[in-house]
Every structure is written in structure tokens, then in C-alpha cells.
Design a protein around this ligand. Sequence first.
Ligand SMILES: [Zn+2]
Length: 192
Amino acid sequence: MARQYPINFCPVCAERLERREKHGAMRPVCPSCSFVHFCDPKVAAITLIEREGQVLLARRAMNPAKGRWTLPGGFVECEEDPRDTAVRECREELGLKVEITRLMDLYYGKAHDSGADIVILYAGRLVGGAPAPGDDVDAIAFFGPKELPELAFASTRQILGQWQVQSKAVGTVSGEIGYRDRGGEPESDPTV
Ligand SMILES: [Zn+2]
């Protein structure tokens, strides 16, 4: 079950909640308006974008895993289609216009304390935009299966491990889309 902050007061009417058996479990219940608090999982949508046998990765600008690379993605907002989340995160984090092409897989389990409980993995296709990292990202680049950089989370390693096995391309690091303007890495860095 998702680890969440304890909830003590009703978000609808502000009455103090009581723990009662409701729908098969002990849950915070409002004695005044009958609101029931369900501890729901956090859901994230991430996208694997390939181009000429390479995968698009973003380098995290914040902890956890600052400086390590991951697939673009983020939390699904309330009442948001997860496909729209995936597209939105690519636009916000990377400045790139992406089209979702198919659902690839679904993963359960937190990669870290503030991570998602359920991760939806889409395949996507780059259709436009210019790389422009948002607040969470400080570098963007394509990598071939044999040149993957240090990856952020066990889940990222698992997904890209499967991708490496399935990928027949040898690939080299592309310089075409790389973007890096924070941190002062050497200009000769092949991921730039
Ligand atoms: Zn209430």
C-alpha cells in the first residue's frame, strides 16, 4: 500500500476523522458527512522514445538521483488521461512534442519514497519541438543500447535492460538533440 501522510481531518467538512471498518478495511471516516478516505496509489506515466535505435533520456536536476538519467515522465494529475500526462511531461520537462504510439508495460512498486506506486510505460515518437529542459532536468540526449549512462532508479534499469535485450541496433550517442546548459560539463562530452 502507498505510504502516505496520516489524514486526521475531513477534507470536505473539517470534522476530525474516525477510524472505522469500511469497505473491507479500517479507514479514516468522517462521522459528520460520511466522507471515507481511501489511501490511493500514486500513478506516473513515462515514455520510451526511440530514434534510429537510440533511446531518449533526461538527466535529473534534482534529488533523488540528481545527475543520473531517466526516461521522461511524471505523475498523472487527477482527471488526466495518462497518455496526456506522458505528452505533457515531455513538453514541460524537455520542450519536445511527442506522440504516444502504444502502451508498452505497467510496473508496480515504488522506486523511491517520493516515487509512484504504479508506473505506466508508453512508447512515443518525437514529432517536434526544440530541447529545452524544465526545472527537473538539466540535460537531454539520445543513447544507443551499448552506451547507456548512469541510470536513476532500479525501475529505469529494468526497463532499459529489457530495451537493450530487444534492441538490435548498436548505435552511438547522438549529438543532434543533446541539450545541456547547467553544470558546466566539458564541451567534448559526447552526450552534449
Ligand atoms: Zn466530513
